[in-house]
Design a protein around this ligand. Structure first.
Ligand code: 5AD
Ligand code: SF4
Length: 444
């Protein structure tokens, strides 16, 4: 099939890293039926939007992009438009009612069916909806070769989620948790290493419960240890961890496994026990803090980042204040913070005590200002320190600078030759900013 005439594919990805990786798999599958990716949508024969539905804002972004694509289709009626990902899973063929120009709606379990569906649309323009859930992990077996010159890659180790946090649509849109077999994951990582990848980030909604459905007592920590032996891979990261399942075995990996980077993203969501219970998170603030203390005791260098939602239904001023107090005590390295966004079908939708939009915004802004102080404080503490960087390439700030990340996931800009891309170098940090650090190479 590879000798078919080349056609152009444009994929736009919304939302999380999981989606970024799914898009890479889509591109790899469609390359097999003659589609070459382009970053110019005007050239495209096929446009796919890989969508997110986690908050209302994410959905709005997709629909405004679709509005622009409709105009492209008026100029090029042969253009195929497909909508995949969480919003597609959520709305199914209702998308056709909102935007008649869409040809294909495919859900989160149907990526592997893309070549078949696109070939059928090429022959006959009959709208396709494919949003079935499958019991097996079919789509994750697709190997997506990393883009040229990349040093870092994502590897999905599991899909779905069984946690049903009260605010979250993921369990409904990505289905129950299913883990990939360790041997399949290792094989993929070996292939990535052969392509020059040095750093891998293991992806899952709750990596700490990796292996639960495999029935072989193979834990996430055991997986990390196995990956640590793959030649060529220098750094291992993972996201996201659920605090309730963070095991001592995994915490110990931060000192025992040399390749595991000293960073953990550990979403806390709220500092109020009452709200955490309403959210169905399965831990108290005290238990969360005990895990943070344990992490810092075992690995003092570890950087800890988190997610926080403000304005969850029933969140009173004193609950919010407890979140602020917790942040003051914990001092996260950085925080992704969100206004609660009501999602259809979730448990939180039925809760009373909805918080006004303006009040949510006030809390969010205040919380972000406060976190900026802590983030800068954490970054400033690194001034004068020596840090190992994996050089990713040119810096966004200046053409003569390079950019790399520390093991603790902080961005460092520094002066250096482009040939250093993909290499591990040591730098001395001499200036800290809110979103990055500035360093200089230490000559050995
Ligand atoms: N409203 C606001 N934030 C949400 N998140 C998930 N669902 C919602 C929602 N309905 C946030 C959580 C999660 C992150 C990925 O997105 O903080 O950890
Ligand atoms: Fe959503 Fe909770 Fe699952 Fe994370 S753990 S994906 S927040 S339900």
């Amino acid at each position: 099939m590879k000798n078919m005439k080349n056609k152009y594919l444009y994929i736009q990805t919304f939302g999380c890293q999981m989606n970024v990786h799914d898009s890479e798999q889509m591109a790899a599958l469609l390359a097999d039926i003659g589609y070459q990716t382009t970053d110019n949508k005007k050239l495209a024969d096929l446009i796919l939007l890989n969508t997110c539905s986690i908050r209302e804002k994410a959905e709005q972004k997709v629909f405004s992009e679709l509005g622009r694509l409709v105009k492209l289709k008026e100029q090029n009626p042969a253009l195929i438009i497909g909508i995949g990902g969480c919003l597609a899973q959520h709305l199914g063929d209702r998308i056709f009612k909102r935007v008649a120009q869409v040809d294909l709606v495919f859900g989160t379990h149907s990526i592997h069916l893309l070549p078949q569906m696109i070939s059928s649309l090429q022959k006959e323009r009959r709208k396709i909806t494919q949003i079935d859930f499958h019991r097996k992990l079919i789509s994750l077996g697709v190997f997506a070769p990393p883009p040229k010159d990349s040093v870092s890659a994502f590897v999905t180790i599991m899909q779905g989620c069984n946690n049903f946090c009260a605010y979250c649509v993921v369990p409904y849109l990505r289905g129950p948790e299913m883990s990939r077999r360790p041997e399949d994951i290792i094989e993929e990582i070996k292939k990535l290493a052969d392509h020059g990848i040095k750093e891998i980030t293991l992806l899952g909604q709750n990596v700490n419960s990796y292996g639960n459905n495999l029935g072989n007592n193979f834990s996430f920590a055991s997986l990390i240890k196995k990956i640590g032996k793959v030649e060529g891979i220098e750094r291992i990261r993972f996201t996201t961890s659920h605090p309730k399942d963070l095991s001592e075995e995994l915490i110990n990996c931060f000192t025992e496994e040399e390749k595991l980077c000293e960073h953990i993203h550990l979403p806390v969501q709220s500092g109020s026990n009452r709200i955490l219970a309403l959210m169905n998170r399965g831990y108290t603030v005290e238990e969360y803090r005990a895990k943070v203390d344990h992490l810092r005791r075992v690995c003092p260098r570890i950087s800890i980042t988190s997610d926080i939602i403000v304005g969850f239904p029933g969140e009173e001023q004193n609950d919010y204040q407890e979140t602020i107090d917790m942040m003051e005590k914990i001092r996260f390295d950085s925080v992704f913070s969100f206004k609660y966004s009501e999602r259809k079908g979730t448990a939180a939708q039925k809760l009373e005590g909805k918080v006004d939009e303006s009040e949510k915004l006030r809390r969010l802004k205040e919380l972000q200002l406060l976190q900026n102080i802590y983030t800068l404080e954490k970054n400033t503490a690194l001034e004068g320190s020596r840090q190992e960087l994996l050089v990713e390439g040119k810096s966004k700030n200046s053409a003569s600078d390079l950019m790399g990340r520390t093991r603790s996931w902080k961005i460092v800009n520094f002066r250096g030759k482009p040939g250093l891309a993909g290499k591990l170098v040591d730098v001395k940090i001499f200036k800290a900013y809110l979103h990055s650090l500035r360093g200089e190479i230490i000559q050995n």
